[in-house]
Design a protein around this ligand. Sequence first.
Ligand code: SF4
Ligand code: F3S
Length: 106
Amino acid sequence: AFIVTDNCIRCKYTDCVEVCPVDCFYEGPNFLAINPDECIDCALCEPECPANAIFSEDELPEDQEVFVELNQDLSQIWPNITEKKEALPDAAEWDGVEDKLEHLER
Ligand code: SF4
Ligand code: F3S
């Protein structure tokens, strides 16, 4: 599956959701999660993310491994999102800030 990682937190640009053929993105307050059981590994979402926050699980950076379980768990409890919306208002300021996990809202 593809995994949404740290740099999505507090950005949430949502360009990714528009291209997903199986609509497997789920939306929290400041992060999105991919349901790994629904993702068909098409790779369409990866280049769409302006924050480069989406990785194939095979190419996941070592320090992002915690996000495998987070995508799995959060996609179970959050509502589905299929249409792009405005990014969070201070997305540009948070884009590229490292280790935003402490800011993840559930
Ligand atoms: Fe959706 Fe394809 Fe991205 Fe998986 S890889 S989340 S199926 S767009
Ligand atoms: Fe997040 Fe990138 Fe999608 S910032 S909402 S993974 S476009």
